[in-house]
Design a protein around this ligand. Structure first.
Ligand SMILES: [Zn+2]
Length: 441
């Protein structure tokens, strides 16, 4: 690693809580952490100096919910009866895919999806892996693929009892073993994951909550993504999904509820009161036709909302744009949500979801030097302190990402990965996808 890195002459958007932006800004990083940030010419030299003239410098964007193995399904034509609701999407697409996954697929998809996210400006993901026939060793395989390209990842095995209770027990053990194996890892963090309220019984939920507390790690669960979850809970216990999770002790400051599409005011009050966060996945919600999550109402309640891709479209700029537009369309109010709020979801609030806000999510002194440099030379209107947030939502895309640093290490240089050749990753990923597709059809 370059010990001392200096990025200068850029328009630096720190994404800190004050919204600080430096014109003609610079960042110095030493041993992977930011030591200086400000405007104008920095004093002294560095081991490596990057000229960011004409560029926008932002913190690495945070993907608050994903499924890395989703990348292996790109372009696949599955021989299935087309699903007409979300329950059928799970039953006909995802659950057969989950069952067909191997530990090799976990590795290949982590490598490929991490590469894709890095190239598009995301430096941290929160993944949950689901593979009933590839439980043991899956998390280390994912960590390996992620480390090889130099990304940060929060890794978890998604527990479910939909096939049998032993599956969830083995998933829990895999999670515990993995978390114990990665102590002090610089790139990889652990998490507990429950698939969804409607696929797990009370006992395993309580057990997972207890283990997450013991290990002091976050816990995540798909929450009323589709109506199937809500209806199942109402029928089984007379409770709405968040009410059941609350009764079982799932809610809390280290809990991230993914989706929350079908939640009512009472459920949002419970989420707010408990300090739980929400990972919003607008593009996936549209793809699966599950509905629109009431994010503006969550923000009114000061619920922390991060932005995820749910395993589809790893370009965080596309997800930000969709988050900006979907709530305007749904509410009929073009001012219901703004660019600053969305950018916050993709940065500092994404970090807050997982309790990592002191380490990543903004460009501030003592935080990891997770930095993205966007080429702004072709932006068609003035690129200034006042306009840059608007440009981040309206102009830029992952294709404008020029360089990416994780912990001060350059992992993408001039759009190319620095650690593994892009062609090599594509080959590993395609071979895995070919095998998976043939097992599915
Ligand atoms: Zn998901």
């Amino acid at each position: 690693m370059v010990e001392d890195l200096l990025i200068k002459n850029g328009l630096v958007v720190t994404a800190d809580d004050k919204g600080t932006i430096y014109e003609n800004g610079y960042i110095r990083a030493t041993d992977g952490k930011i030591t200086e940030i400000g405007s104008n010419e920095p004093r002294g030299s560095a081991d490596a100096t990057i000229d960011a003239s004409g560029c926008v410098v932002i913190p690495g964007l945070i993907t608050a919910h994903t499924h890395l193995y989703g990348i292996l399904l790109r372009g696949a034509s599955l021989n299935i009866k087309p699903p007409t609701d979300f329950a059928q999407v799970l039953q006909r697409v995802w659950w057969p895919v989950d069952s067909a996954l191997t530990v090799g697929d976990a590795y290949a998809s982590a490598l490929s999806a991490s590469a894709d996210m890095l190239r598009n400006g995301s430096t941290l993901y929160a993944d949950t892996y689901s593979g009933p026939n590839s439980i043991e060793g899956s998390l280390e395989a994912i960590a390996k693929g992620t480390r090889e390209v130099g990304m940060r990842g929060i890794v978890a095995f998604e527990m479910t009892e939909r096939n049998n209770p032993e599956e969830a027990q083995r998933g829990l053990q895999e999670g515990i073993n993995f978390v114990n194996s990665i102590e002090n890892d610089e790139l990889i963090y652990g998490m507990m994951s429950l698939h969804a309220s409607f696929t797990v019984g009370d006992e395993i939920v309580k057990k997972v909550v207890e283990e997450a507390k013991n290990l002091d790690i976050p816990i995540t669960v798909h929450t009323s993504e589709g109506l199937v979850d809500l209806y199942h809970n109402l029928e089984a216990s007379g409770e709405r999904t968040v009410e059941r999770l609350d009764r079982l002790g799932v809610l809390g400051k280290k809990t991230v509820l993914a989706h929350c599409v079908h939640v009512n005011n009472h459920e949002m009050d419970l989420i707010a009161k408990s300090g739980s966060s929400v990972a919003h996945n607008p593009m996936s919600n549209m793809l699966n036709a599950v509905g629109v999550s009431p994010v503006p109402s969550m923000l009114e309640r000061k619920i922390t909302v991060g932005l995820g891709n749910d395993g589809w479209i790893y370009d965080p700029f596309e997800n930000m744009r969709c988050a900006l537009t979907i709530h305007r369309l749904a509410s009929g109010n073009p001012s219901v949500i703004g660019s600053e709020e969305i950018f916050k979801m993709a940065t500092l609030d994404g970090a807050r979801c997982y309790g990592l806000e002191k380490k990543v999510g903004s460009l501030e002194k003592n935080k990891f030097a997770d930095i993205v440099i966007l080429d702004g030379t072709k932006v068609p209107t003035p690129l200034t302190k006042e306009s840059v947030i608007g440009h981040l939502l309206n102009t830029f895309s992952g294709g404008n990402v020029r360089d990416v640093f994780v912990g001060g290490k350059c992992v993408v240089q001039n759009k190319q990965l620095t650690s593994v050749p892009d062609e090599q990753i594509a080959k590993i990923s395609r071979d895995a996808a070919k095998g998976l597709w043939s097992r599915l059809n």
